[in-house]
Design a protein around this ligand. Structure first.
Ligand SMILES: NC(=O)c1ccc[n+]([C@@H]2O[C@H](COP(=O)([O-])OP(=O)(O)OC[C@H]3O[C@@H](n4cnc5c(N)ncnc54)[C@H](OP(=O)(O)O)[C@@H]3O)[C@@H](O)[C@H]2O)c1
Length: 192
């Protein structure tokens, strides 16, 4: 609650000084692979930061953008948000929630002059991926990922998903019967 009020106040102050054209709800956490002694706490942190943190960023700017009939909002989801993976159930669930919210919000704000995009990256080099001790296919450098995101936002894409190889893979996995994919996916690394 405290974070929520502080964020709303901060965003409001900034917006009054210089109206915000673009707000990107980027904050998010995952967790390191391996034995975890505070698993329950980490599950709760992942849901709280990835979902409530996104709401704390997005909700305060909607009304000011509505009044101006102009603005753009981007929400960081992930390709992990297309299927609950045994490797990271909490992270996948949190990213599925923000994706679904962003997709709905886009249509909801269509007539208010506000553009909403959901960003779904695969593996991108960052502190999150630096903590992983497993092979990450189609890993992308941050500046290349930033160029994809920039282009997608300029074109007001509903979903900015990349790289295409990983996107195709998760779409195939999420189309498989659940029990088939479970057997295969549960052999992977274990995060939260
Ligand atoms: N890297 C990937 O492969 C990948 C793939 C798909 C989606 N994503 C998503 O991309 C976003 C950025 O992640 P990243 O890969 O760039 O990882 P990162 O380097 O760890 O950056 C995470 C960002 O979240 C902020 N953050 C974390 N906890 C916070 C909290 N409690 N309150 C406020 N800010 C908080 C961090 O702020 P500080 O700098 O102040 O710590 C940092 O700016 C996340 O939403 C992540 O889930 C990443």
């Amino acid at each position: 609650m405290q974070n929520r009020l502080e964020m709303a106040e901060w965003i409001s102050q900034i917006d009054q000084k210089a109206p915000l054209d673009l707000v990107i709800a980027n904050a998010g956490i995952s967790n390191e692979t391996g034995l975890n002694l505070r698993e329950e706490e980490q599950v709760r942190d992942i849901f709280s930061i990835n979902i409530v943190g996104m709401l704390n960023t997005v909700l305060p700017i909607i009304q000011p953008m509505k009044l101006r009939h102009r603005g753009q909002i981007a929400i960081l989801s992930s390709l992990a948000g297309f299927r609950g993976m045994p490797s990271a159930p909490a992270y996948c669930a949190s990213k599925a929630a923000v994706r679904s919210y962003g997709e709905g919000l886009r249509g909801r704000l269509l007539n208010d002059g506000i553009q909403v995009s959901v960003i779904c990256p695969g593996f991108v080099k960052s502190r999150i991926t630096d903590a992983n001790d497993f092979e990450m296919p189609f890993m992308m450098k941050a500046d290349k990922a930033a160029r994809f995101i920039r282009k997608g936002l300029i074109n007001n894409r509903a979903r900015i998903a990349f790289p295409w190889q990983s996107y195709l893979l998760v779409r195939i996995i999420s189309a498989l019967p659940l029990s088939w994919a479970d057997k295969w996916l549960s052999r992977g690394p274990k995060k939260i």
